[in-house]
Design a protein. Structure first.
Length: 171
């Protein structure tokens, strides 16, 4: 009888669900030390799934209390939103790639600013950073804020680039 191939996907899912190496070993028949090595090497996130499991239970419980018509409305709206998210994720990646490609072919300060704004928006669309920051830092000071070497950016990108270079060179 041939040996069964290790189910690393299941091992990872169990690890992310908060199971110990020994518990995972019992379910997958993969040696606990090998699981520990792979988890560290691939940077698996322990206890990643319990919050998702808890949320899914709560939402499923609430969903089952709805009438058939309400369920249909919820299902339709969820599908629309998921379709929209998938579209924006795909398109945001395309736009970010174009912005970086343009910046590489025609480097400029305005191009860099535009590319950074595009990448930032793409990260928000992808869900990599929150749309709204978690906290706001307010610097409320009465001290005079002066910069001994202010930069005077003009509308002209070439003049702005020259001004920036003078600032970098310390002139």
């Amino acid at each position: 009888m041939a040996r069964k191939k290790p189910d690393w996907e299941k091992a990872r899912a169990l690890f992310e669900a908060g199971k110990s190496y020994r518990e995972i070993e019992k379910e997958t028949f993969i040696d606990a030390s090998n699981i520990a090595k792979k988890a560290k090497k691939e940077d698996w996130q322990k206890d990643f799934l319990p919050a998702l499991i808890k949320d899914t239970v709560r939402v499923t419980r609430d969903f089952t209390t709805l009438s058939t018509t309400q369920r249909d409305v919820v299902t339709t709206e969820v599908n629309k939103q998921l379709e929209g998210l998938q579209f924006y994720e795909t398109e945001a990646r395309k736009v970010a790639k174009v912005a970086v490609k343009i910046l590489k072919s025609e480097p400029s300060i305005i191009g860099a600013k535009t590319a950074m704004a595009t990448l930032k928006e793409g990260m928000i669309v992808e869900g990599l950073v929150p749309f709204y920051p978690n906290s706001t830092t307010i610097n409320n000071t009465n001290a005079q804020q002066t910069n001994p070497n202010p930069i005077n950016f003009s509308i002209d990108p070439f003049e702005a680039a020259k001004e920036y270079q003078r600032y970098v060179d310390g002139k």
